[in-house]
Write a protein that binds this ligand. Structure first.
Ligand code: DC
Length: 678
């Protein structure tokens, strides 16, 4: 079964798709660069808009929720302009917003609705704030009560205690502490903390109940401090903001990768073998959800953490352990654990998660309903979930008689996290249909593409020039119905682009700058020109071997090559497919032949094409190119660890294809090639 792919290129409108089918998946391994954190992105945008000066925000998340925030800020007078990929420049207002009236539609973005309510209530203007129907079911009464205590004029235009809201100018009085509940949403406290410095007066907040989701308050305080405002905190009950503080732009800021988003990939690594590495968060993260790794560790997963990465692999025992955990500090990442429970060795209990009930959907009810579709027994409480995995436990390695035709259809309730969580269930050996997959655009528009890049099986075929690997790889891809990457074509295209640009092929920076923007597809284009044949010229092959030795070129092409990894699988041919680009590939082949045999094949090819050919010259060129490819310092041509050698010197094409297919059948779980082979 093929996945329907989601088209979600940044800055393009969300594509409405009814469903996406994920096939039964065998394993997960690879590397994912995370998009920016939603919580940090939206806080940073708001603080930058309120600050004095210009802030450049890099690695900003591009998603529904951040677009909603940007549009709202622009409407009330902050300057927000794009300045490069995932970067914006925000010209702050130096205090309250200058536009004194407006209607703001804030979708289902709690991280925009709550803080903007508080900020606008202190701006002295007339504003109406509304959202999607679900937003109007999410409580906001505690925040409004808090604001009314200091004299703010905030009124409900629909149901009492819920959006939409009307805000009017008011005279404020901060003499007495604001008392606010902390047990429904920590965003109410975040909203007050971010807004109160705008008054310039001293303010205190007392949290009257147990505060939930404390790590999110830590993010708020941390980011406020970066914009020059400090808050004195006593425990989690008392917060004091000294008079006379103003937000000042720190200039350039970077957004960390999204730690909640990281949880799906780390979970996939723990379930599907791994290692799966996420880049963009690590040991120094300010996001509470990095503590998801503690839960993974409790389940027996093996974790490695660096300053800017986290890596997860399956437990050494091969089986994930059941857990009983208080997850109040990681409410979002905790959802991932609910789906991981399907793979555990016993009943798992998720405690202290009442806030799930007022999120994008009632997540406790939604999770219970969907987990039952996999045969789990689920006990649902007001603030907890008990999940007993199905009697025949799901497992990422399949038995020969696994029922690959059974399809579990998952409803996602317009909740991005439901969609992302349940992609993991496909690792249980059963295809999964995700309804309304586009809902991931709320925080992670490219989620399914990233997911494919850790779960799609890869067959890596490396070998020297003219070993026949290109033809063999293409035939194997066609037989399996897999995608095909001819990585040499990328280097050839680079050499041709540099040559046409008049760049010396040893000028590293200039060659890297000449890299074409287009990705080779069926036909290979360079600035609109079809160069499919032109890149096959001998001279371009020699040039490709030269530019391939330049580290800047290899680095620039690395990510591009990885994007070819799509479901149902990829056959990739080159020199470093198994060693560098897809080191996690389950099937690795080193396809070679003697230099004499390869020169003879090339000679025949050229003669057949009516092109001039000279055997001694061809042999010498091949040997020189082999030497250059093998001797370079970065990603030299070599038989990678775990790669099986196929010497095609005595073999014809059909025999070579058969030899590789034998390896595929041995190395890939049955479901990954069974039924696909034509
Ligand atoms: O496979 P090919 O002849 O099309 O490759 C052209 C050149 O590109 C080759 O000399 C080495 C280089 N190359 C590489 O360095 N790494 C790859 N993965 C693929 C090709």
């Amino acid at each position: 079964m093929r996945a329907v792919l989601l088209s979600s290129f940044p800055f393009f409108p969300r594509v409405a798709m009814t469903f996406l089918d994920l096939p039964a998946l065998g394993r997960a391994a690879g590397c994912v660069r995370l998009p920016g954190s939603k919580s940090i992105s939206n806080r940073m945008l708001l603080l930058a808009a309120l600050a004095e000066g210009v802030t450049e925000i890099r690695d900003l998340l591009d998603s529904d929720d951040t677009r909603v925030m940007i549009a709202a800020l622009q409407k009330v007078g902050a300057g927000v302009t794009a300045c490069g990929m995932n970067s914006v420049r925000v010209t702050g207002c130096g205090g309250v917003f200058p536009v004194k009236q407006g209607e703001l539609f804030l979708g289902n973005a709690g991280t925009a609705f709550r803080p903007l309510t508080a900020v606008l209530a202190l701006c002295g203007g007339y504003y109406r704030l509304s959202g999607v129907p679900r937003m109007h079911e999410r409580p906001i009464g505690d925040l409004v009560d808090g604001l009314r205590q200091i004299g703010a004029d905030v009124r409900y235009s629909g149901n009492q205690g819920f959006p939409p809201l009307d805000i009017f100018p008011a005279t404020l009085n901060l003499a007495t502490p604001i008392r606010v509940r902390g047990d429904v949403s920590s965003q109410f406290l975040t909203a007050l903390l971010m807004a109160l410095p705008l008054t310039g007066e001293a303010a205190t907040i007392e949290v009257t109940t147990e505060l939930i989701s404390k790590p999110y308050i830590e993010i708020t305080l941390n980011l406020m401090a970066r914009f020059g405002v400090t808050v004195r905190r006593e425990g989690w009950q008392h917060f004091a903001i000294a008079a006379g503080q103003r937000y000042r732009s720190p200039g350039l800021v970077h957004i960390e990768g999204d730690a909640s988003g990281a949880s799906y990939f780390l979970a996939a690594g723990a379930i599907g073998g791994g290692p799966v590495r996420v880049e963009g968060v690590g040991r120094g993260s300010i996001q509470g959800d990095v503590r998801f790794v503690e839960a993974l560790t409790a389940m027996g997963a093996q974790i490695e953490m660096g300053d800017n990465f986290i890596e997860a692999r399956a437990p050494a025992s091969g089986k994930l352990k059941a857990f009983d955990l208080d997850l109040n500090h990681i409410p979002d990442a905790a959802m991932t654990l609910a789906v991981m429970a399907l793979f555990a060795d016993g009943c798992c209990t998720l405690r202290n998660i009442a806030s799930w009930r007022v999120k994008e959907t009632d997540r406790i009810a939604a999770m219970a309903t969907e987990l039952r579709k996999f045969g789990a027994t689920v006990e649902e409480g007001a603030d907890y979930l008990g999940v007993t995995p199905p009697a025949v436990s799901l497992a990422p390695t399949f038995s020969d008689n696994a029922t690959i035709d059974t399809l579990a259809t998952i409803d996602t309730y317009d909740d991005h996290r439901m969609a992302m969580c349940f992609s993991l269930a496909a690792l249980g050996g059963m295809p999964v249909r995700i309804n309304d997959p586009g809902c991931v655009a709320k925080t992670f528009p490219e989620y399914f593409m990233a997911f494919e890049q850790i779960v799609a099986p890869v067959i890596a075929i490396d070998g020297p020039s003219a070993s026949g690997k290109g033809t063999v790889a293409q035939r194997v891809a066609a037989a399996l119905g897999f995608h095909f990457l001819d990585s040499g074509a990328l280097y050839r295209l680079t050499a041709l682009a540099a040559t046409r640009a008049g760049v010396a092929l040893d000028d590293e920076a200039a060659v890297a700058a000449a890299l074409p923007a287009e990705f080779p597809g069926e036909r290979i284009l360079l600035a609109g020109d079809d160069v499919t044949e032109a890149i096959r010229a001998e001279a371009i092959g020699v040039g490709a071997s030269k530019v391939a030795a330049l580290p800047a070129v290899r680095t620039a092409l690395l990510e591009r090559q990885r994007t070819y990894r799509r479901l149902p699988g990829l056959v990739a041919d080159g020199r470093d497919m198994a060693s560098v680009v897809f080191p996690e590939a389950p099937v690795k082949v080193f396809l070679t032949a003697s230099a004499a045999a390869r020169a003879e094949r090339r000679y025949k090819q050229l003669i057949e094409k009516g092109m001039p050919a000279n055997m001694p010259t061809l042999l010498q060129d091949l040997r020189e190119r082999d030497a250059r490819d093998a001797a370079r310092s970065v990603a030299p041509l070599k038989q990678a660890e775990g790669a099986e050698l196929v010497d095609t010197t005595p073999l014809g094409i059909e025999e070579s294809v058969a030899a590789v297919m034998d390896i595929v059948r041995r190395k890939l779980p049955r479901q990954e090639w069974q039924g696909l082979v034509t």
